[in-house]
Ligand binder design. Sequence first.
Ligand code: UDP
Ligand code: MG
Length: 318
Amino acid sequence: MPMSKILPSKLTIIVPCYNEEANIKALLETLQKNLKPVAGWEIRYLLVNDGSRDSTWQIISQLAQESANILGLNLSRNFGKEAALLAGIEQAPLSDAYLTLDADLQDDPKIIAEMIKKLDTGYDIVYGQRSERKDSPLYIFLASGFYWLMDMATKGAIPKNVADFYIFNERVRLEFLKLQESVRFTRGLLFYTGFKKAPVMYTREKRVAGSTSWNYFKLFKFSLDGLTSFSTFPLHLISIIGFVGCAMSIFGVVIYVAYSVFSGVSGTNGWASIILLITFFGSLQITMLGIIAEYIARNTLEIKNRQKYIVMDRVNLD
Ligand code: UDP
Ligand code: MG
């Protein structure tokens, strides 16, 4: 993008909102305050209501009616954050750049100006990368495990410690929208496009108001979605474990037979160890069937190819 512009570049900031009535006004105020010094950009805010059960949509539609640069999109029910993000990215008016962030001010708006500047120097995606997490030790431990797995599975294609806080240009959006799979892992799909990317570091704050809609079960499912949509490595792992297990068993049998023949002892004690082994291998088999089932479940969803979100109302949007 040229540094001296005749017309301002257009930026659309996309925010998925689920039960965020306590955050929206504060978010817009903070964003507007932080983005004042960014010259040469015309900024619009697209707030996507993802079937909130509180007054989130009433607030959004009222704000949108009051100012032309606030755009409102109301989904017919709760489709989940990934679908809400897709809805925003797909329905956004044509812009030079798009930025996504959470409604709860966990993504530091102070770095947006820097992200825009970096994008202007010739990058296609600039993402906020957490330098520090203010979460519980268990959460941090599980999150690092997930990133480690993802990193291994995708050979480092998806940067670590990244939330849905990034800015990207129109060519990234076009390619992103061609990826029409149903089980969506937005940040993975964006980086999958392979365009030039760069980070801006920040500290992720605690949620300002309201409560997170995540729990450990949902996070587990989200991690599974991420992993299974970007890698078939767990399937290969099954074959590897099976093969190694077989080889070890054959080796064990040979040793046992040799021992019995040469020592003349073939004891019948060891009931506990046999039961333990049976239980162990039984669970191992069920786990592996489970991994296969995860992929089958995703295939079933993909084959149905349903629409990923349904729009009910729009304000200031064509
Ligand atoms: N969100 C959404 N749909 C959902 C759940 C969450 O649009 O079904 C939005 C939510 O309003 C917020 C963002 O996604 O803007 C992140 O959600 P949350 O803060 O609950 O997640 P966390 O920050 O704990 O990962
Ligand atoms: Mg949050």
